[in-house]
Design a protein around this ligand. Sequence first.
Ligand code: FAD
Length: 387
Amino acid sequence: MKKYDYLIIGAGSAGCNMAYRFKKNGKKVAIVDNEGIAKGASGAAGAFLSPLPGKENLYNTFVNNSLEFSLNFYEKLSPESIKKNGVLRVTNDNFSDDKLQTNNIKNRYISTDELQKISENFTKIDGYFYENAAILDPLKVCTKLIEGCDFYNKDIKELFHDGNCYNLEDIKADSIVLAQGAIKSLVSIPYIKISPIFGVKIDVKTTTKIPFNIHKSISISTNKNDETVAIGATKERHDTTEMECLTTCDKCSFNPNSQQEQVETLLSLADELIKLDNLEVVNIYKGARATIKSYFPVIGKVIDYEKSIKKYPSIQNGTKIPPQMLEYFPNLYIINALGSRGFVVAPLLAKLLCEEILESKKIPKELSSEKLFYKMARSKICISTVL
Ligand SMILES: Cc1cc2nc3c(=O)[nH]c(=O)nc-3n(C[C@H](O)[C@H](O)[C@H](O)COP(=O)(O)OP(=O)(O)OC[C@H]3O[C@@H](n4cnc5c(N)ncnc54)[C@H](O)[C@@H]3O)c2cc1C
């Protein structure tokens, strides 16, 4: 039986970045995934790395700082897995001219005439070009991130802590990081309510040369290193259904819209931006983004909600109980809810979580699991105030 300092559950963008950080700090690391490496949302991702324009707020500042960090990080880690050709953003219902111009991110307006000089395949669009944008190869990046770590193709059904360490049949580990994406959590964490947003992305072959990524409501990539072009992604939220994902999307029988319908939507939205000659769809990917209401990701220690509330019921009436007095699952951490920008945000999140675990540095409030714990624990106060 092998024993590790850290076992990561989930080999997507989140888990692989955590594995990389621990290994870099000299720790003995294993990573498990029952589907393989980058087979969940991470395998379905574009994976576009683009800025989030608009008037500065906490969320887009976080995304744009993460983008700067991740572009440098991936370029150093695996230059062959990243193509940094920039992105042309075309206005849509959410991003008017004003919003695309109003920000600190360097950009340049490109008129229809200028675009058609670059390629006559562009339709009559114009837009704003952001140089700091790229597309990644998700599988190559995730594989590179976990080099030097042991990988197990294994479905973890439950966590068992024997009082000394986690003991999972043939693997032992002092600490565990849950990086399960949209899949039902292995422990009860009622204050982190993950809702899945499904999506389809396709890879196509085309003879059209695309000089940079293009984004309107969907994105079209530049011609990637393998000569294909990514088009993605559709978005489907099931607001009327309480959903907990038990499998990755390729094995899920719950398929509200036909896959073909989504592929046709992507092709028709792409056609509004650029004519793709000799088009052939070569791959279709499905995945579920894990999101929470605030759109911010979540990182931190995993608090045992039930035990904490039992110990300090007065939290629910507003009594201030400091985090260090709460009940935690032993050496258990989470990184999740990476939303639609998992490849943009994961490198910085993993750095922050690793620093909290190894150096006790504080996690920014908006990202912390503790914040969500207190929010849920105190939600009763708000209800009684309203009543
Ligand atoms: C269609 C689509 C397009 C997207 N496009 C982009 C994009 O262009 N740019 C971008 O940055 N992001 C994009 N995203 C978002 C991005 O893919 C996600 O935010 C990110 O990949 C989430 O990574 P993750 O590691 O949290 O989850 P996942 O990649 O889903 O990984 C979780 C893994 O955990 C495994 N797992 C769960 N439970 C267990 C268990 N008990 N035992 C073993 N294994 C387990 C699962 O099998 C899964 O492989 C897109 C997502 C989708 C769905």
